[in-house]
Design a protein around this ligand. Structure first.
Ligand code: KG4
Ligand code: ZN
Length: 325
């Protein structure tokens, strides 16, 4: 079995995965949403301190499996350095105490493996990664060969939902709150411009849309918020589908996946399904409970890394807030 740890942002999570069958034996997660909610976003120092108490608490429930562990996996990049280090220190301590190797995991690749929890992996894949920190299109040939082919020039898709929610005083995280509010709103009421609409670039940008929404909120009453949320969500998604449609013209998708915390958004899922219909393409989605940050996806990628003996020397396991795939 592999014990995996995730602490790249505001979720403390630990999982145990069977190496031979990919079976998920245990998954425990303590989210810090409530603690950060009053600040309208994640406060890194606070997150780090909360990990320091939550991770050992969860680890206690893994004790019965300690003797069966063959490796410990941990997210080491990208994320908040001050929170990543909490997981990495725990992984190092476990590695020394149990004399097992460390598997150092890239969080973004981990999100891709959220598709394969309890299943075998499938490649090649074209992936749309939409999270709080990233908006990327990735061509994933296999575990090792993954290339970012499009990304955001500023804010990410999920972050823009968080910021709009903050401006409306809805707290953090904003994705689910905006999605819920938008359900009863009029998508056509506010005529926000689709970002980079005229540009030939296959890139994303959310800062302009966020500013347009800010101005709309300034001039709106509370009862208008649902229409602002609906119009914003509609344009935020339209931006993704417009750019993807353009990308598909020269790169027709065969297997397409949406991963990351914001992949739980139903409107996004519905609109992506529509643009895939002209292609004979399979759409892969993770179970809703594994879209947001979790340790099950880290454990699942670690199984494939274990088979390839992708271990990192104890002294070389280091955190990095930014990283390449
Ligand atoms: O993957 P994730 O848990 O953390 C990062 O790696 O960043 O993603 C969290 C992000 C947050 O910005 C959150 O607001 C967004 O995903 N999110 C959503 C939805 N659920 C979560 N955004 C839009 N619609 C949702 N339903
Ligand atoms: Zn994430």
């Amino acid at each position: 079995m592999i014990l995996s740890i995730e602490s790249s942002c505001d979720d403390s999570a630990v999982a145990i995965t069977k190496i031979n069958t990919c079976e998920l034996i245990l998954h425990k997660k303590i989210s810090q949403e409530l603690e950060h909610s009053i600040y309208g976003g994640v406060v890194p120092e606070l997150a780090s301190r909360l990990h320091a108490t939550a991770l050992p608490k969860i680890l206690n429930s893994c004790k019965p499996y300690f003797k069966q562990l063959k490796a410990v996996a941990v997210t080491s990049t990208p994320g908040l350095a001050i929170t990543l280090v909490e997981g990495v220190m725990m992984a190092k301590a476990i590695s020394i105490a149990l004399n097992i190797p460390i598997i150092s995991v890239n969080h973004l690749k981990g999100h891709i493996y959220s598709l394969f929890i309890r299943k075998s992996s499938q490649f090649p894949l074209t992936v749309l990664l939409v999270s709080g920190g990233h908006t990327q299109v990735i061509e994933a040939k296999n575990l090792i060969d993954m290339k970012v082919v499009a990304k955001s020039m500023d804010d990410s898709f999920g972050e823009s939902f968080d910021k709009v929610a903050k401006m409306m005083g809805l707290g953090y995280p904003g994705g689910v709150k905006i999605e819920k509010l938008a359900q009863n709103g009029d998508v056509k009421r506010y005529n926000f411009t689709v970002p980079l609409h005229q540009s030939p670039l296959i890139s994303f940008s959310y800062s302009g849309l966020k500013n347009a929404v800010r101005l709309a909120i300034l001039n709106a009453k509370k009862e208008d918020y649902k229409d602002i949320a609906a119009s914003f969500e509609h344009i935020a998604v339209k931006h993704l589908t417009q750019k993807l449609k353009k990308y598909f013209k020269s790169n027709p998708p065969i297997k397409f996946a949406i991963v990351g915390g914001a992949s739980a958004n139903f409107y996004l899922r519905k609109e992506i399904k529509k643009i895939l219909t002209p292609y004979n393409c399979t759409l892969l989605l993770a179970d809703l409970e594994y879209c947001s940050d979790n340790a099950a996806m880290i454990g699942r990628i670690a199984v494939d890394m274990y088979h390839l003996k992708m271990f990192t020397n104890l002294e070389d396991v280091a955190v990095a807030s930014r990283s390449k795939l």
